[in-house]
Ligand binder design. Structure first.
Ligand code: PLP
Length: 446
């Protein structure tokens, strides 16, 4: 009864999203604020689903999209080139690590990951390494919901029903020192966890292993887990040693979210392929991309072409939005703001951890951060599933006009965490207000 309904909406909804019917209708949004038809305002500390990196209703992006709408709404990429997609691809190539200069547009994160997997395979065939097809990934992880992306996803509740329909791909354990390496020297832990990749490559037979895919900073499946610095170069080294392609899934981490344009930059890593989406067009339009080196692209094209593509790929409106978003990120230096505001937010989360006995860990990089709720701070034992602690915290935050994002952690079957990932445009005063609202929700949960 507290939910305002659009008078024009039918009495019975014909949608069946999971949380459906429990949330207000959206009226409008601006900056980090969203306004429901219930007359309440909500602070968007989730950026939707880690998407709205530049906040809502940015006038520059809207103007760019309107201009494109007036000129042409759709031009199929095999029939016309468009300034919007050419311009965005050029901008991205300029911002990528050297050599990653060819862009293949898609409409979302799962499509971007699928594209990387299929491109990797076609490249291997093109260079005479057709025996390579296994893509090693990590558990827990999330790479998307389509069957190919799901085959490399380490999140049991989402993948288990489909196991008989997919070729199981090998997984190694994602480093989570707060859980399984406590007390160990971080450098040694990072190397030890990276060496799991070498062991797995040898177990599988190096001649069968095509690629290794990882999120440089964990997303919602682990709750913003960052590996020790030694992990990243060691993984690159192992991939090089065995001719295994290194795919960085930067769908959530890319476009400034962690304090750099790509998270890979923190460790000076050049992956072989990169998947991007989410913050790319920042919620203004569906957009994703695979970015690949020109050298590999030429080899695939010379061998007969890339047998892959989606109808909506390179849509001019989505690319016009993406181009304006990327310019905004660069010109407003929002990556740096993410790093600074991330520090302020992390200090606030640490204070909350000291205050509440059930906040067991806070972690992340830039404005990709998470808070884990536990039964026991010492052992980090999980809370009973029936308590639905993280889900209740989300509801309590909602009541206080704060939107945060929740997933069960530790691979999906157990554990509770919430993601705190506001737009990169957030100000110091807004960070403080957000933390106050979060404190109110935690007190109510207590
Ligand atoms: N990869 C990562 C790292 C993600 O976080 C997500 C979405 O959360 C995806 C892929 C899938 O993206 P989409 O939901 O746009 O298909």
């Amino acid at each position: 009864d507290t939910l305002a309904r659009d008078p024009a909406a039918p009495a019975e909804s014909h949608l069946f999203y999971q949380a459906h019917g429990t949330r207000p209708f959206i009226d409008r949004a601006e900056g980090i604020w969203m306004y429901g038809q219930d007359g309440k305002s909500y602070m968007d500390a989730a950026s939707g689903a880690m998407v709205c990196n530049i906040g809502h209703s940015n006038p520059r992006v809207i103007a760019a999209m309107k201009e494109q709408l007036d000129r042409c709404t759709f031009a199929y990429r095999l029939q016309f080139q468009s300034e919007a997609s050419e311009g965005l691809a050029a901008e991205i190539a300029r911002l990528m690590p050297a050599g990653l200069d060819k862009v293949f547009f898609v409409s979302g994160g799962s499509e971007a990951v699928e594209t990387c997997l299929k491109f990797a395979r076609q490249w291997a065939i093109a260079v005479g390494q057709g025996s390579r097809y296994k893509v090693i990934s990590r558990f827990p992880s999330y790479h998307g919901c389509t069957l190919g992306a799901l085959a490399v996803t380490g999140y049991t509740p989402l993948s288990a029903p489909f196991d008989p329909m997919m070729r199981a791909m090998p997984k190694i354990t994602t480093p989570r020192q707060y859980l399984d390496g406590r007390g160990e020297d971080p450098d040694a832990y990072g190397r030890r966890m990276a060496d799991l990749l070498e062991e797995e490559i040898l177990r599988q037979g190096p001649e069968t292993v095509l690629a290794f895919i990882m999120e440089p900073v964990g997303g919602a499946s682990t709750g913003a887990v960052v590996a020790p610095d030694t992990y990243y170069p060691r993984i690159r080294e192992i991939c090089d040693k065995y001719g295994v392609l290194l795919i960085y899934d930067e769908v959530m981490t890319g476009v400034g979210r962690t304090g750099r344009f790509l998270a890979a930059e923190h460790w000076g890593i050049t992956p072989d392929l990169v998947a991007m989406s989410k913050g790319f067009a920042a919620g203004y339009a569906p957009l994703g991309a695979m970015i690949a080196p020109g050298r590999m692209v030429r080899q695939v094209l010379d061998a007969g072409g890339f047998a892959h593509g989606h109808t909506y790929a390179g849509n001019p409106i989505a690319c016009a939005a993406g181009r304006a978003v990327v310019r905004e990120i660069v010109e407003q230096d929002l990556s740096t703001n993410a790093a600074c505001m991330g520090e302020r937010q992390m200090a606030g989360l640490q204070a909350l951890m000291a205050e509440f006995p059930f906040v067991g860990d806070v972690r992340g990089k830039g404005l990709l951060q998470a808070m884990e709720l536990v039964a026991d701070k010492e052992t980090l034992a999980v809370l009973p599933k029936e308590l639905n602690a993280a889900s209740r915290l989300v509801d309590l935050a909602y009541e206080r006009g704060l939107i945060i994002y929740f997933r069960r952690t530790r691979g999906g079957a157990e554990g509770d965490h919430v993601m705190i990932t506001p737009p990169l445009t957030i100000t110091p005063a807004e960070v403080d207000e957000m933390l106050d609202r979060l404190r109110g929700a935690l007190r109510a949960l207590h």
